[in-house]
Write a protein that binds this ligand. Structure first.
Ligand SMILES: Cc1cc2nc3c(=O)[nH]c(=O)nc-3n(C[C@H](O)[C@H](O)[C@H](O)COP(=O)(O)OP(=O)(O)OC[C@H]3O[C@@H](n4cnc5c(N)ncnc54)[C@H](O)[C@@H]3O)c2cc1C
Length: 337
């Protein structure tokens, strides 16, 4: 295992700030996962596994070892008349994997097209978009337990998946995911419930969409709505959509009739955080090198911020004003370090 000292993290995360790490390494095998975990223990340096850094904000120097996951490989383990079982290395690019499956005619993740990041990070916050969450296609996950220094296998029901969360997110840095096992469908149920997907299909005059049509529609929607991290630093949605009890929702709805919310159970509602932020006047606002994206208020963008702290401070201002106006405390979706 090779380590580099005092490296800039700018090329390794989508906010592209100039924070540094005291040590850096690249993981390409399960053996190197064990090695980096051992190195971190022996040298008493914290360990951070990095995918492609599209859901991370470094606000200061990382005093420890950052290990970039590049364990690759897509393997078909089993195939029946209706399903395929795939084993995918944690370092594979997520969108590449989605496109690979779409081309093969294996359905289940096409609505998650163009989400930046790696396959290994996809279960961490249970990535989701356009009515689909990755948890619905995951069979199991192989991970290294850095506490007990053993390999563990998590079946889907042991991953504690929820809205933008999982056991991996909650037990920070304990598990290093090496491989994810997916079950995909050969005769998939296409999810076109989102109005915007139907609109794009209608505009393209597509009546019986294929997996490729759905994926292309999602790519078009995302390209039009979200900033490209290669051009403008960002990490997608900066905040989670808050889930609140029904009584609180009814009170807010009385006061703010335009409030956007969806029931999540008999007792709770999920509020559109983007709407709350926009209603506080933040959409399109820039302060210094940081701004609230003009097409989607949930996205904080960097116009060349040098320090992640500047971005963090901007997010604090948004949290404070949403709290003052609606009494709701927004939770960050992005991992802050
Ligand atoms: C433009 C844009 C749009 C986005 N849209 C969406 C969206 O629609 N839906 C959505 O859910 N997310 C979205 N995201 C967020 C992001 O793409 C996902 O969270 C993605 O899964 C992050 O992958 P990554 O490899 O970049 O993870 P990183 O940012 O590198 O890491 C994220 C976290 O996972 C941990 N981690 C990463 N890999 C491993 C591993 N192998 N083992 C253990 N821990 C690991 C890291 O330590 C860190 O805590 C968007 C981001 C951007 C920039």
């Amino acid at each position: 295992m090779q380590t580099i000292n005092n490296i800039s993290l700018k090329p390794y995360h989508s906010f592209a700030c100039k924070e540094t790490a005291s040590h850096f390494s690249i993981i390409t095998s399960e053996h190197e996962i064990e090695e980096v975990a051992k190195w971190s223990k022996i040298n008493q340096q914290p360990l951070l596994i990095l995918g492609s850094g599209s859901n991370i904000l470094f606000t200061k120097k990382y005093e420890g070892i950052v290990a970039k996951m590049e364990l690759m490989g897509i393997k078909k383990l089993n195939e029946t008349a209706s399903e395929v079982l795939l084993e995918v290395g944690a370092g594979e690019n997520w969108h590449y994997f989605v496109s690979y499956c779409v081309q093969k005619g294996w359905g289940g993740i096409e609505n998650l097209s163009l989400i930046p990041g790696t396959v290994g990070a996809s279960p961490i916050q249970n990535i989701g978009a356009y009515g689909v969450e990755v948890k619905d296609t995951i069979k199991s996950i192989s991970a290294y337990d850095t506490f007990n220094e053993t390999w563990v296998n998590f079946n889907n029901n042991e991953c504690e998946f929820g809205y933008r969360t999982s056991i991996f997110k909650n037990s920070k840095n304990r598990y290093i995911i090496s491989k994810v096992h997916f079950i995909l469908q050969k005769q998939p149920n296409l999810k076109t419930d989102y109005g915007v997907i139907r609109e794009v299909l209608h505009d393209r005059n597509i009546k019986n969409p294929s997996l490729v049509d759905i994926s292309n529609a999602i790519i078009q929607i995302r390209t039009e709505k979200l900033p490209d991290p290669k051009k403008i630093g960002n990490a997608g949605s900066f905040f989670k959509n808050p889930i609140i009890p029904i009584a609180q929702f009814e009170q807010l709805k009385n006061e703010f009739p335009a409030l956007i919310a969806y029931p999540t159970s008999d007792t709770s509602y999920k509020l559109a955080a983007g709407w709350l932020i926009e209603a506080c006047g933040w959409k399109g606002i820039q302060k210094g090198n940081v701004g609230c994206y003009e097409k989607q208020a949930l996205v904080i963008v960097s116009y060349g911020a040098i320090s992640g702290k500047e971005i963090f401070d901007f997010s604090e201002l948004i949290i404070q004003s949403v709290k003052n106006k609606f009494g709701i405390t927004l939770e960050r979706e992005v991992n802050i370090l």
